[in-house]
Design a protein around this ligand. Sequence first.
Ligand code: SIN
Ligand code: MN
Length: 214
Amino acid sequence: MTSPIELAPGCLWWQGWLSRDQQQALADDLRALLAEAPLFTPRMPRTGKPFSVRMSNCGPLGWVSDAAGYRYQPLHPETGRAWPPFPPVLLRAWGELAACPAPPEACLINWYGEGARMGLHQDRDEEEFGAPVLSLSLGDTAVFRIGGIKRTDPTRSIRLASGDALLLSGPSRLAFHGIDRILPGSSTLLKQPGRINLTLRRVHRADDAATGAL
Ligand code: SIN
Ligand code: MN
């Protein structure tokens, strides 16, 4: 396995973790998955302003945002159907990179077309901050910005390319992060300019899952 670059304590970056063939296979899986769970346009709580990123999910839970707020839910907000299961390579990525014994419960699928971006934010809608967030990128390169756990902490930017994996864990689990811009045409993987980012998350505390099984 390629060894990761530690950008900050707990923030690990594996460049080219997925080979080109593995990226292609995952893109094919996602094409089928998105036919079942189509991309939707999330909206900001309260203001209702649309995100520039379109989203879907796979796994038992999915992250959604609309006028009622940010949350995880088991059903697609437009089709009302359960989210499709995780493609197996995502479970392999979690098993090899996340250092977390409990399985992921959600994978947010972000689609960035030309001009899409994502403002600096923390991932904090989960009950479990002990478990990491694991990201995989496909398609065009993104300028990814990462800071500290305070919004005002200094930030740096890196270029996340197709096949890269990035882990936010431990002291970096609540690091502010965002996407400044996409570099259109920087990858030939997808059939159109754009980028897919997948983030695997655990939502509930692992001991809740064990208790639920009793
Ligand atoms: C996210 O923070 O949900 C996505 C980050 C990315 O697109 O790399
Ligand atoms: Mn995030």
